[in-house]
Design a protein around this ligand. Sequence first.
Ligand code: SF4
Length: 269
Amino acid sequence: MDLIEAKYVRDIEPGEIIVIDEKGLKSYHPFPETKLSSCIFEYIYFARPDSYVFGRNVHMIRKGFGRKLAEENPVDADVVIPVPDSGVPAALGYSEYSGIPYENGLIRNHYVGRTFIEPQQAIRHFGVKIKLNPVRDVLKGKRVVVVDDSIVRGTTSRKIVKMIRNAGAKEVHVRISSPPIFFPCFYGIDTPTRQELIASNHTIDEIKKYITADSLGYLSIEGMLSVIPDSNGGFCIACFSGEYPVPFTKEEVIQLGLFEDWVKGAVKS
Ligand code: SF4
């Protein structure tokens, strides 16, 4: 839209139909009103940082996540680096709040696809090495805070920690600008099953050990929501909380493999 110098007026609301004709612009809401549940993952990972999503700029929200992350998970360190590109705004926020200098310690090769959506384990393993390369002079002998937007399976984080250590870092502290992902998405995002989501069957300490970090800290759900102005509960946060905004029938719960969680009350349907 910026390319054609369009003016941002407002988002088209869910369930809204806008008709533009020679008489002007008309807005219709033909469906019954329901509770708004915008996908919070747009702010964490999916959207471009220069985009306006749900009326807010993505870069500024991500920076706010990083500031809150630093407030909730402080650590003594020499340098803050992002996992590029999606970790950049949060790392800037972490650096700003903590006063620890920001550096580019990992350089991303922009010609290779994003790991999160590549289905084959083999391709993902291969992908990390091609995609990122360390800047040794930034990392050597340093206590490094590395900021990423999320941990899904843990395999990528493990390789990144190893890469930073091999480049000479003295300590590697991983900070994640979203809460642990416990539950899959059933609303169109191709997330892994619960078995593959590392946080759903490991404690934070176990994840820390698996990714071989010196420390690991996540943003809390409350911290994440506190960063979004006027969020008023209008977000889907089901992958963190298990509170799916569109209820499942018992049959769907069984089909989706959520039955055990549902019985335990972990998934609210
Ligand atoms: S479960 Fe909700 S918050 Fe998570 S990715 Fe799906 S729509 Fe987004």
